[in-house]
Design a protein around this ligand. Sequence first.
Ligand SMILES: [Zn+2]
Length: 329
Amino acid sequence: MKKINLVYILLVATIFSCKESSNVVKSEKKIATIDSVTVKKHLYTLASDDMEGRKTGTPGIEKAAKYIENEFKRIGLTTYDTLENYRQTFTFTDRSSNKELTTSNIIGVLEGKSKKNEIVVVSAHYDHLGIKKKEGQLDSIYNGANDDASGVTGVLALAEYFKTKGTNERTILFVAFTGEELGLIGSTHFGKGIDATKFVAGINLEMIGKTPSFGPNTAWLTGFERSDFGKIIQKNLVGSGYQLFPDPYKKFNLFFRSDNASLARLGVPSHTFSTTPIDVDKDYHQASDEVETLNITVITQTIQAVAKGTESIINGKDTPTRVVLKEGK
Ligand SMILES: [Zn+2]
């Protein structure tokens, strides 16, 4: 077959102009998609009992780290800054146990075509609560399927999508943060080492597996009024059938409760997308946060909407305004 194809291409190249023959080759290119099969694979792997609830500093989270690394490698991402591999490893003291823990953020890079020094972060935390034995409770593994295996699934799916698409003018950092549940440890560490002026936007994904109170095909964004990031997304989603709303749970102070905050404190327009009705969600931080409670279609459609909604930022056409925080609020 290979030989016949080659003869055919050569023939076409001879008969038609150069431009037309290159179109023949182009049509063989892989199409960038975000599909439910891939979503399911990432989600079920990360939220499996085998990962033991992915608690920071345990063998369970190490399995998740390896899976993310292998996916970054398969997708073809490069390493960040001076790092020799995808791991940004560091040691910190966990305040609740007073133990010293060594852990890693997992970072993959897709270098920008024309604006290499303008960086967009796509992130989610891959840690969760681990195993907790409570009396009378049969299931002791806190799988964190929604929190935040769903978000990491989004990071992996978006990495593959943008890598295949190959149209990112800006550099994209795909980051799986560690230690979020212990107090935004991984993202705070990451933030300490950066020149924030180079960071154009932060796209953080948290709990994107349940149908929101606004109905199907919707998500909400934390800190919506703090920059025009959300408005850019809304503009890009016009006609898509998917809508983005400002975070309706103001009293929960969610803007400061996920990893987006670590970059936002440095002025980066960094926000969190979510779909979960957090005010009534029974599975939040419970052993019952399992894949069976999630809607694969919601996750897939949300990741697709994030891709479409953020594309003009990734492509360098739109630049969101900086976040201004008044006295840390
Ligand atoms: Zn979370």
